[in-house]
Design a binder for this molecule. Structure first.
Ligand code: UD1
Length: 422
């Protein structure tokens, strides 16, 4: 397992290019299962989760070719309708195989993903939606088996109990090939869902209400779906992570290939914290070093609220503020594993329920810490940038799931980070 060694206190400057979005790429890769036609996806980040998805698509029968940041997907084989434990256990998003395979092939069997470090993460909202679309659901031996009752999934109205990102994506993909009209209400509104819908419409689906909490899908025949080339949106969480790196350790950093509007809430909270952010245009911003960070409390919420995927990084940011603040996590039940690690580096943090109380002005010192999940790892890297001395982060395979070349990108800005193979 690789480790990162970070020598802190470098001043960062220059420019960094943000990669394509992981969370948009994953559902779009799975959505290619809806058609036999050739699909070319561009701006795909080079990440472990993408490789896991590619392996799963290949296992199921797709031919996948990777050329730089482009992925070309064709189909030569009969598609299998079963996703085994060995592949699903590596990545929870594998459950997104259900929607497209069920809709196209009438049945699917997927290993239940189980819990993960940030909570139990059930898939009840997905399954309840599939049942409403006329599928039977059978849970046994660690697998969930779904079958279409009748000829095709049937369009209907579904009100989601909670705006789950994954359930919204899974049900949209299934409804594309259902008979008649499906209305999904109380859907998640994350920009990655818009990207999925835009991709689906580009291959011939009929989806409206994109970006709202009521999405209408008029079912089409498989023969209506066609080949396309589609460019994935920028990764707003990678962009946000670099924005915080720039504020705590930077002088002036140009962050390229972003979507300014997707970062609305983060930009407004960073403004409140006293950070200077200059909009160059819709795709590029400059973030300046902030010597006088003000405390700003946040609560994570579904989009357009403050993203849970930026919670760990924000918690670290506030340890550097001149004053105290609170961070409340409402999306996941157990997303504070970075707290004990930040405490080992000298951060003054107290957890009460789903809120962490942060004492500002923490002078962090290098320590040996452990990455526990993807975004927790990012917070530890940010902390390593500002510490006196050396920080050693182990288990960074978590980081490799979601950040493309993070140490290379930070080193290009002037950081001192080494990857050590163990
Ligand atoms: C996606 C993102 C993840 C992000 C999260 C919230 C991907 C690949 N991952 O995860 O990075 O942190 O959205 O923005 O896009 N829930 C249920 N039952 C369900 C489904 C979800 O109770 O059937 C709960 C979950 O346990 C969690 C909450 O709903 O507490 C949000 O989960 P969800 O929006 O589904 O997140 P994911 O799609 O798993």
């Amino acid at each position: 397992m690789d480790k990162l060694l970070i020598k802190g206190n470098s001043k960062l400057s220059g420019e960094v290019k943000i990669s394509g979005s992981k969370n948009a790429s994953l559902p779009i890769l799975f959505a290619t299962l809806l058609t036999d036609e050739k699909i070319i996806l561009q701006n795909i980040p080079n990440l472990r989760d993408i490789n896991t998805t590619v392996q799963l698509l290949e296992y199921l029968g797709k031919k996948v070719e990777k050329i730089g940041d482009e992925i070309i997907i064709t189909q030569t084989n009969q598609i299998k309708t079963e996703a085994p434990y060995e592949l699903v256990k590596q990545m929870r998003a594998s459950v997104l195989v259900i929607g497209p395979v069920l809709a196209k092939y009438g049945k699917v069997k997927v290993s239940l993903p189980g819990g993960c470090a940030i909570g139990s993460r059930p898939i009840d909202i997905h399954l309840c939606g599939f049942q409403k679309l006329c599928a039977s659901v059978d849970l046994s031996n660690g697998y969930v088996k779904l079958k279409v009752i009748g000829q095709k999934l049937c369009g209907t109205t579904i009100i989601l109990d909670y705006p789950s990102v994954g359930a919204t994506e899974n049900l949209i993909m299934a409804a594309v090939l259902a008979d008649g009209i499906t209305i999904l209400e109380n859907t998640a509104k994350e920009p990655e869902i818009d990207d999925l819908c835009n991709f689906l419409n580009k291959i011939g689906a009929k989806i409206s209400g994109i970006g709202t909490s009521i999405i209408k899908i008029v079912g089409v025949k498989v023969s209506a779906l066609h080949s396309t080339t589609y460019k994935i949106m920028p990764d707003r969480i990678e962009a946000g992570t670099f924005m915080i790196a720039s504020a705590v350790s930077g002088t002036e950093i140009l962050i390229k290939n972003i979507n300014y509007f997707h970062l609305d809430i983060l930009i407004s909270k960073m403004h409140l914290a006293g950070s200077k952010i200059e909009k160059i245009d819709g795709n590029n911003i400059k973030v300046f070093g902030n010597e006088n960070i003000k405390p700003v409390s946040v609560e994570t919420l579904p989009y357009p609220g403050f993203p849970t995927d930026m919670q760990a990084q924000w918690t670290f940011f506030m340890t550097q503020a001149k004053g105290n603040s609170l961070v409340t996590e409402t999306v996941f039940e157990n997303r504070f594993m970075h707290i004990p690690e930040l405490q080992r580096m000298g951060a003054k943090l107290t957890i009460k329920g789903n809120t962490v109380f942060i004492e500002g002005c923490s002078k962090l010192t290098g320590a040996q810490v452990m990455a526990t999940d993807l975004r927790a790892s990012a917070a530890l890297v940010l902390a390593g940038l500002v510490t006196e001395g050396e920080t050693q982060i182990s288990r960074i395979y978590h980081l490799d799931r979601g950040y493309e070349n993070i140490e290379k990108k930070l080193n290009n800005l002037g950081a001192n980070i080494k990857r050590i193979k163990e």
